[in-house]
Design a protein around this ligand. Structure first.
Ligand SMILES: *[C@@H]1O[C@H](CO)[C@@H](O)[C@H](O)[C@H]1NC(C)=O
Ligand SMILES: *[C@@H]1O[C@H](CO)[C@@H](O)[C@H](O)[C@H]1NC(C)=O
Ligand SMILES: *[C@@H]1O[C@H](CO)[C@@H](O)[C@H](O)[C@H]1NC(C)=O
Length: 654
């Protein structure tokens, strides 16, 4: 396994080296080079190189790292940005950008059923702005597309072309019989567009909750969001309709005094609903019926499911307002929300919204195979996180004392990240199951909004039959599966140290494995003392006094950085890695001992400097590892006579 890894690294070095030689060639050569690079997949190594170049460019070597490391590391940030404004990204966004690039480059090559659905949807999303073959003179608007592509809107297309409705329109055309806000809102919700209520699922469980935050912009924003539909209408119309909608949403949010008296009235006359009991009026009954019919669950499952009502009081109050409001106004408001939610300005969102499907595609490895094999990637990830997993295992088993009994077998397996991930993926990203569930959805060609809603509905249906998985929970394999896939994409794009400076560091910070109350209080005292002794607004501004929250952050940062650095050094200890990394870094005038300090610092450049500069400088100056790497003189600000935070926490991992 190690041997294969070495090959991968060696290939990268070769590319970096040959590219540097090419740089000396003519522009024409460079251009053809770029083309063939993209073709051969060496495109990734190009990013690898530019990442290192940017790192070097951003620091200002005329500033001494031992005076103010943050200022030194970020000293040329603005200049580097100016030189390369097009592909310049703040460093902390790299990883996401890499994932986006990879997705956009490969989405056309997806092979699984779920993957191809995403692929089609993304393609259609991108094409929205293009001219239609039949009406080349103009591009269909967002609203026209919605009316054409969403079946339950297309049914009322003629009437809806006059939306939003004033009361005289509504009456003259007797729209009450045709358009129904309950049906509309329930249909939308069943297709993943919540407007008045939210209902979601876990396996055989139904949650009903009020909208997290009912949108309620200002009058001006309401009006401008509808600018495309005012054409040819009386100039008073926008104001009237926006005003009506705003009164409705404010009332539902409980911001109008009127409502409070209303609901008090309701409470006084009817018996107050208990915590988990919803007063089912005709509207809500109708709503649920419409909603569940649209989702078409089997009756058994529906009856047998557990049901949870969240924040009943808020729901009751909102629906009381709906009862008191003209149906026309509610209809206008629901439709307005749908239009806003479906604007979908960023097509990359497709990959985030349907991440499980995307990851199922990635896990099948069709698009990754040309870059590296799954076995190598898993082995590599296991090696990258070895120390982390070791400590995590020991902490988890220590929990036994508090009653969390982990069977010994689980505990042993814990370190087998590769195996755990594999087991989890086979379940969670079970391609057979996903194919069954997402096969035959009946996507329509050239119909982004229609297909988006079809896929959202399928996802809702799926969530009702699959166990709930919390991907944010650092004790769950799902968390590591996602990080593993991010790791793979990252390692295709960036030099290895970058993993430890970003994802690796984050892993430690988020895990809370390093929480240590005694250490925290000791650090607090010591850092305050340090400020008191050394702060000088002119001569030593980096010792400025800190808030207690800041001290907490510094402590957390210090420890996480230290552990991440250890991880990196552990990885380097494989002699072959050290050789490769040293070789690449040397080319750019860097060395493995220092590089992580820069990589981490530069993620914080140009972001709330006042806060991050303190976190970084005070963290680094107290790290023995920093002094070892930068060998600051005794009189330097970054080398305080006595350091905080050392000796306070447990011994290094061995
Ligand atoms: C780099 O630092 C030196 C010394 O502080 C300063 O004079 C110079 O302007 C800096 N360069 C840039 C590009 O900011
Ligand atoms: C609803 O589900 C049943 C089977 O559960 C299926 O036969 C029927 O076609 C579905 N109806 C719709 C409209 O999807
Ligand atoms: C994957 O799903 C299929 C169909 O639902 C099922 O028969 C199979 O046991 C599943 N495999 C795993 C590993 O869960």
């Amino acid at each position: 396994m190690r041997w294969k890894l070495q090959l991968v690294l060696f290939a990268i070095i070769q590319v970096v080296r040959s590219q540097n030689e090419e740089d000396a060639g003519s522009d024409a050569e460079v251009e053809t080079e770029v083309e063939s690079e993209v073709e051969s997949g060496q495109f990734f190594s190009h990013l690898y190189k530019s990442n290192l170049q940017q790192l070097v460019k951003m620091k200002n070597d005329s500033m001494d790292p031992c005076d103010d490391f943050y200022a030194h590391a970020c000293g040329n940030f603005d200049q580097a940005k100016e030189e390369n404004p097009d592909d310049f990204l703040p460093p902390y966004l790299y990883n996401k950008q890499d994932r986006m690039n990879f997705f956009a480059a490969e989405v056309g090559n997806f092979e699984t059923i779920p993957g191809r659905l995403i692929s089609q949807l993304y393609g259609e999303c991108r094409k929205r702005g293009e001219r239609n073959v039949f009406t080349p003179s103009r591009v269909a608007t967002h609203w026209e597309r919605m009316l054409a592509e969403i079946p339950f809107l297309a049914r009322h297309r003629d009437v809806l072309s006059a939306w939003p409705f004033l009361s005289h329109q509504w009456e003259r055309r007797s729209l009450n019989g045709q358009l129904n806000w309950i049906v509309l809102s329930a249909q939308l919700l069943a297709h993943g567009v919540p407007t008045l209520l939210d209902i979601y699922f876990a396996m055989d469980t139904i949650y009903v909750s009020p909208m997290d935050e009912l949108p309620c912009p200002s009058l001006a924003d309401f009006q401008s969001s509808l600018s495309d539909v005012w054409e040819g209408r009386h100039h008073q119309v926008p104001r009237i309709i926006s005003h009506e909608m705003r009164v409705l949403c404010r009332a539902m949010r409980g911001e109008l005094p009127l409502v409070r008296s209303l609901s008090r009235h309701a409470k006084a006359t009817s018996s107050r609903p208990s915590e988990d009991q919803l007063l089912l009026d005709e509207n809500t009954m109708d709503y649920f019926q419409q909603y569940f019919a649209a989702l078409n669950f089997t009756e058994e499952r529906l009856v047998g499911a557990r049901k949870f009502l969240l924040d009943v009081e808020k729901i009751t109050q909102g629906w009381e307002v709906l009862r008191q409001t003209e149906p026309r106004i509610v209809y206008n408001y629901v439709m307005w929300q749908a239009r806003e939610q479906l604007r979908y300005p960023d097509c990359y969102r497709v990959s985030e919204e349907f991440e499980r499907l995307l990851h199922a595609e990635y896990w099948q490895w069709h698009v990754l195979r040309p870059q590296l094999s799954r076995e190598v990637a898993l082995a590599s990830y296991q090696l990258h996180t070895t120390l982390f997993q070791k400590l995590r295992r020991s902490k988890l088993s220590r929990r036994d004392w508090f009653g969390h009994l982990w069977p010994a077998s689980v505990e042993k397996k814990e370190l087998q990240v590769a195996r755990i991930l594999q087991n989890h993926a086979e379940n969670y990203l079970n391609i057979t199951e996903l194919n069954e569930h997402y096969g035959g959805l009946g996507f329509v060609k050239h119909s982004f909004y229609g297909n988006l809603l079809i896929l959202r509905r399928a996802q809702l249906r799926h969530s009702f039959v699959s166990p709930y998985v919390d991907e944010e929970d650092v004790n769950q394999p799902a968390y590591f599966l996602r990080h593993f896939l991010h790791f793979v994409l990252l390692s295709l794009h960036r030099p290895t140290y970058h993993y430890y400076a970003t994802q690796g560091l984050q892993l430690w910070r988020e895990s809370r494995l390093l929480l240590d109350t005694d250490g925290h209080f000791a650090a607090m005292d010591c850092l305050e003392m340090q400020s008191l002794q050394h702060y000088d607004a002119k001569l030593a501004p980096i010792y400025r006094p800190l808030g207690s929250h800041e001290i907490g952050e510094i402590f957390q940062f210090y420890r996480s950085f230290q552990y991440s650095l250890r991880d990196y050094n552990f990885w380097l200890q494989g002699e072959r890695f050290a050789f490769a990394e040293t070789f690449v870094l040397q080319y750019f005038g860097l060395d493995p001992q220092r590089v992580l300090f820069y990589a981490v610092a530069q993620q914080l450049c140009n972001r709330r400097t006042e806060i991050f500069a303190a976190q970084l400088n005070r963290g680094y100056m107290n790290l023995p590892e920093f002094q070892e790497a930068f060998k600051c003189g005794a009189e330097k600000a970054m080398n305080p006579p006595s350091r905080c935070m050392i000796n306070m926490c447990e011994k290094p991992l061995t």
